[in-house]
Design a binder for this molecule. Structure first.
Ligand code: IMP
Ligand code: MG
Length: 419
């Protein structure tokens, strides 16, 4: 029989974001009280505009309150007692915040674009709140300026799953715009290759555009790639045939990473590989096992697609087995569902982002933004970046473009204010 624990865990914990769900619950009350669904058949009732301004005021007040509860949590963090904040009681899974969140202003901003308050039948949704949180984060970063480092995930964030950053990508001019403003850029991807050529093949649109751009040569150096989550570092180099140069590990590894033992890496990957082989057999998956120096995974046989449930089963099984192993406590790892594959990598994106911060001379988490698509608490690889910096959770490459435009628009507003 399915226990309560399993239902709670399986249905909620790893598939929901508790902070977003909590805010959604708070906004449901003004929606119920102030939306006017009957107005569609009562033409003499309140107009949509009247209703929307009332609803907006109520929603925005709540967002202001949440903003203050987060500020209180940050005050507790600073005092070394984050577990004692009110927010921690309300949302136990909440971690540390690197900056306050301008939630009130961000709600108004998104409401002007998404017309959340004008809706009479559809309450504020997960996606509405996710986007408000992203806007709130970039507002706070820009206001606290300057934004020193932006790290991007690859698949689904910069290009569609399994595709490449081709020259026509609208993200490219926007990334160059960031670099012109002095922001450093890191691509922190799970894709783990030892040769520059493979990264060039995935990212050539951006690399070629940077090469021919009028950005000064010294600033062109402000693009690096951290591949395999936190295993391989390449930096932009105009003279290299693939425009990328391998950076030896000794030049960028953090002290803690030097303690990772080769024997532990092999042991962890062996356990992961055995678990994958088992699941492939049990679930009759048409899979190919891929073992690399710092990763092991399964990809579908040509022409096959895994269903979501099978991928989730695979990743949750492997996560559990590694959590229970001794080596899984000695060594950080990341097991994730890549959409049509499952991989276990040594290290994770928190180390990838920390390595970028170190590479660029010690940039702080409160001056760094990681943009990614995988922020669920299990089976997702961008989630760990939250330990290293502020984050924005996007759902597709078009949202990344929108976010970059928002940063630029907010930046211009900020410049005008300080002039
Ligand atoms: P990301 O979204 O940029 O982090 O890339 C994730 C995808 O990279 C995975 O879903 C895989 O398809 C691909 N990939 C290629 N090599 C590796 C590897 O060594 N580890 C993990 N993922 C890899
Ligand atoms: Mg991704």
């Amino acid at each position: 029989m399915t226990t309560r624990y399993r239902v709670e865990y399986a249905l909620k914990t790893h598939r929901r974001d508790q902070l977003i769900e909590w805010i959604k619950g708070l906004l449901a009350v003004p929606f119920v009280l102030h939306s006017q669904p009957t107005a569609v058949f009562e033409p003499r009732g309140e107009t949509v505009d009247q209703m929307a301004s009332m609803a907006q005021r109520r929603y925005a007040e709540i967002m202001r309150d949440v903003e203050e509860i987060i500020n209180d949590h940050i005050a507790h963090q600073r005092a070394g007692a984050p577990d004692r904040s009110k927010l921690k009681l309300l949302v136990p899974s909440v971690a540390n915040f690197f900056t306050p969140l301008a939630l009130h202003d961000a709600f108004i901003w998104q409401d002007q674009r998404r017309f959340i308050s004008s809706r009479r039948f559809v309450p504020p949704s997960f996606n509405d709140i996710r986007l408000v949180l992203n806007t709130a984060q970039v507002m706070s970063l820009v206001r606290g300026g300057p934004l020193d480092l932006v790290t991007f995930d690859g698949d689904v964030t910069l290009y569609e799953d399994g595709q490449c950053l081709t020259p026509d990508s609208p993200a490219i001019p926007r990334i160059l715009r960031l670099m012109r403003k002095g922001t450093k850029v890191g691509i922190v991807t799970a894709a783990g290759y030892t040769e520059a050529r493979r990264y060039y093949e995935r990212l050539y649109g951006l690399l070629d555009a940077l090469q021919v751009s009028d950005i000064p040569p010294a600033s062109k150096q402000n693009l690096i790639i951290l591949g395999g989550e936190s295993n391989y570092c390449f930096k932009f180099e105009s003279d290299s045939p693939d425009l990328l140069k391998y950076v030896p590990r000794k030049d960028w590894l953090l002290e803690e990473m030097l303690l990772w033992q080769e024997s532990d890496i092999t042991e962890l990957l062996d356990i992961a590989e055995a678990s994958l082989r088992d699941t492939v057999k049990n679930m009759r998956m048409e899979a190919i096992i891929v073992r690399k120096e710092r990763a092991v995974g399964i990809i579908p046989q040509p022409g096959h697609k895994f269903c979501r449930e099978t991928l989730e089963e695979t990743v949750l099984t492997i996560q559990k087995i590694l959590d229970m192993s001794a080596v899984g406590h000695r060594l950080p790892f990341c097991a994730f569902n890549g959409g049509n594959d499952v991989f276990v990598d040594i290290g994770d994106k928190s180390w990838g982002v920390l390595a970028c911060q170190r590479f660029f001379g010690g940039i702080e988490g409160s001056k760094t933004l990681h943009v990614g698509d995988q922020f669920l608490s299990a089976g997702a690889n961008d989630f760990k970046a939250r330990l290293a910096c502020t984050t924005a959770w996007i759902a597709n490459p078009a949202e990344t473009v929108q976010l970059l435009d928002e940063i630029s628009e907010l930046d211009e507003m900020q410049q005008r204010k300080t002039r």
